[in-house]
Design a protein around this ligand. Structure first.
Ligand code: SF4
Length: 246
């Protein structure tokens, strides 16, 4: 592990409460190869911008908040943290040496051959499954890159916890048939501790406008509470623990 490995970060949040258990220091990595229709951080896509920082500098920054995150930990988010696998691995290893719980929030789009070492060092994966239907996943991400299910298989076999994250978008993923397929599929995995359903929102729409990119979901409304509840009940029928942000 090289403490001086350099990475690119977009920003960080010192008191995150929604990206893993407890109060967490969340590091938003710069760069993502996907282009999700609902992304609320399109300014994190560019692989060549962001702030350059070494793994050691980032860890020292995090350690300043150690007492605040002792019941939670650190989450590497983005962007796609596993798109910088050596940097992510170095940060995760240094945090592990300091006995700090770590989570990696990923879409699973980076081939395992590149990111396996970083994956192995994360205490928890927050794995974003865009859709159980590959055609819809492709429509959401504008990409053929869909390694989420392979990453889930790997985690099951290698050991380690996973929380599934799934955004409910009316017209795309807010669909009872997909919920049944996903419930049936996920119920086979012992590594899946819970499923977080995230209702679609448009908080990041202004960033698309600022970047001059067309936001094609402008006319889509957030799902109703009753619709989110219906999806939750379906997944629970398959024995899954489910939480929602509604
Ligand atoms: S994977 Fe995440 S950061 Fe990348 S485009 Fe999709 S929502 Fe945005």
């Amino acid at each position: 592990m090289d403490k001086n490995t350099v990475g690119r970060i977009h920003s960080f949040e010192s008191f995150g409460a929604v990206d893993g258990p407890g109060v967490r220091f969340v590091v938003f990595f710069q760069g993502c190869p996907l282009r999700c229709l609902y992304c609320h951080n399109p300014d994190s896509w560019d692989m060549k911008s962001g702030r350059l920082i070494t793994a050691n500098e980032l860890t020292q920054e995090i350690l300043r908040y150690r007492s605040f995150i002792k019941s939670g930990g650190v989450t590497l988010s983005g962007g796609e943290p596993l798109a910088q696998p050596e940097f992510a691995e170095a940060v995760l290893e240094m945090l592990r040496e300091n006995k700090i719980h770590t989570a990696v929030d990923t879409s699973g789009c980076i081939p395992l051959s590149r990111c396996k070492n970083a994956v192995d060092k994360a205490d928890l994966l927050l794995l974003d499954i865009k859709s159980i239907n590959p055609d819809i996943a492709k429509k959401i991400t504008s990409s053929e890159m869909s390694g989420a299910l392979k990453l889930l298989d790997y985690r099951e076999q290698a050991g380690g916890k996973v929380w599934i994250r799934h955004v409910l978008v009316p017209g795309l993923t807010l669909d009872t048939e997909q919920a049944h397929r996903m419930g049936e599929f996920l119920s086979r995995y012992k590594c899946v501790e819970k499923v977080e359903l995230l209702p679609f929102h448009k908080f990041g729409e202004y960033k698309w406008e600022q970047l001059g990119i067309e936001y094609t979901l402008a006319d889509v409304d957030a799902p109703k509470h009753s619709e989110v509840a219906e999806m939750r009940i379906i997944l629970e029928e398959y024995g899954l623990e489910v939480s929602t942000t509604v």
